[in-house]
Design a protein around this ligand. Sequence first.
Ligand code: 4AD
Ligand code: MG
Length: 478
Amino acid sequence: MLGARCLLRALRSCSSAPCPRPKPAAKLSVRDALRVQTASGERVKVQGWVRSVRSQKEVLFLHVNDGSSLESLQVVADSNLDSRELDFGCSVEVQGQLVKSPSKRQNVELKAEKIEVVGNCDPKDFPLKYKDRPPLEYLRQFPHLRCRTNALGSILRVRSEATAAIHSFFKDNGFVHIHTPIITSNDCEGAGELFQVEPRHRVGGPLSFFFIDVPAFLTVSGQLHLEVMSGAFTQVFTFGPTFRAENSQSRRHLAEFYMVEAEISFVESLQDLMQVMEGLFKSATAMVLASCPEDVALCHRFIAPGQKDRLEHMLKNNFLTISYTEAVEILKQASQNFTFTPEWGVDLHTEHEKYLVKHCGNIPVFVINYPLALKPFYMRDNEDGPQHTVAAVDLLVPGVGELFGGSLREERYHFLEQRLARSGLTEAYQWYLDLRRFGSVPHGGFGMGFERYLQCILGIDNIKDVIPFPRFTHSCIL
Ligand code: 4AD
Ligand code: MG
C-alpha cells in the first residue's frame, strides 16, 4: 500500500512529464488519505467497511473505516449511484479523487467515481448498530465483530502501539529479547494454577508425550528461563502469553494473559529494579500517548472520563515506596471496613491494594519486603529476624491494584538448596541450583501484566475488554 508521501511523489513526477495514459488509482489506507494536507484531485482507491451511510437529495455520504485510524474517510458520491447494497457494516472498494473537503471536520474527502460493494451486510441481523455507542459489556458477546467498533478499534490499536513501545524501551536500554517456552515442566510461582498439556490422542503408548513421569504445562511465567539467559546476556526480557488456571471471574484476572518479564544480572538492590519498572511504565506510556493520541483520547473521553488527569498525575510524580509491614499498619489504622482483615503474614487483597494506592494520593506505590512464607522459593532471603521477609516488590497502581510483581532472586547456593529442600523441589530444580554453582551473580527481575497495564493507562474497568479474545473460567469463545 502506498504511503501519502509516496503517492504525492508519484503524482508530482506525473505532472512534470507527459502522461499518456491515466495511471491506475493508487491504493491508500484511510489513515494516509486523511493525512494528505492539500489534495488536488489525485485518483486513489480505498478499501474498508462502511461506518455510516447518509443520503441527501443530490449527494450520498459514506464513512469508510479500514482500522488504520479511529477517524473514517468521508466519501461523497452522486445520489444517482445505485446505493441499495450500501449498508452500515458492508465492505467496499471506492475509487475516486481525493479533494479538499468543504467541511471543517476533515481536510480531504473522497469524491467517488466507482463504489464496489465487496461483501454485503444485512443491517437487520448485524448486531452492531449505526450511531450506537454500545457498552463494552454488550460487545463482549460478539468477540468476532466487536473489533469493528470505535471503542475496541482504539483499544486494540493502543495495545499494538504499547507492544511496540515496550520492545523499544528494552531495545533502547540494551536488553536482549528471549523467546521463553510456552510449554514447560516447571511451576515457577508454585501456586499450582497450571494447565496440563497432553496430546488429544496418546502417541506411542500409555506414557505422556514429553516425559515418563513429569507432566508438561502451559507456562505461568518465563522467569526461570529468563534467569538462565540473564546468566549469559546480563539483561534480558520476554513478552508473551502466560496461562493460569485461576478460578476467578474478577475484572483483573484472565486464564490467558500477556506478561512482560525482565531479568537483570549484577543487581543488588530492589531500588535498582524499581527504577527499571518505573522507567518502563513511564517511557512506554509516553510513547503510546505520542503515537496514538486520538485512540487514547477516545478511551479517556467516552469510556473513563477523568482518566487523562489521573494518568498525568501518575506520570508526573515519582512513584512511592513502602514496606509490606508499613502497608499492614496503614491498613490496620484505616477507617474503612475490609472484607478481609489485614494482618501481618497474610497476603494483601485487591481491596487492600486499592486502599493503599488511595492512601498514597493515587500515585503508584511499590510495596517491598514481603513475609517469606507468602512468596515463592526463588526470592532472596532478607535474613531479618522474627518477621522474616524476602526481597520482593509489587507495584500497585490506581484502579487496578497489583501491576508488577518482582524480586531479587536467591543467588546463594546454600540458601536456595535449603528452600528447595523444604518444599520438596530439590530434584526437579537441580538445573536451577546449577546456575548457583557455575558463575552465580546477584540478580533480579519482574513481571508486568500487559492487560493490567492497558487497563491502568486507559482506565478500562474490565480486563476482558483490553484483549482481543479473552479466556477465563467457563469461557473460551472462538
Ligand atoms: O506477580 P506474578 O505472579 O509474578 C510472576 O509471575 C513473576 N514470576 C514475574 C517475574 O518476576 N518475572 O505476575 C506478574 C504480573 C502481576 O503483577 C499481574 O499484573 C499479572 O502478572 N497477572 C495477571 N494478569 C492477568 N490475569 C492473571 N490471572 C494474572 N496473574 C498475574
Ligand atoms: Mg504477584
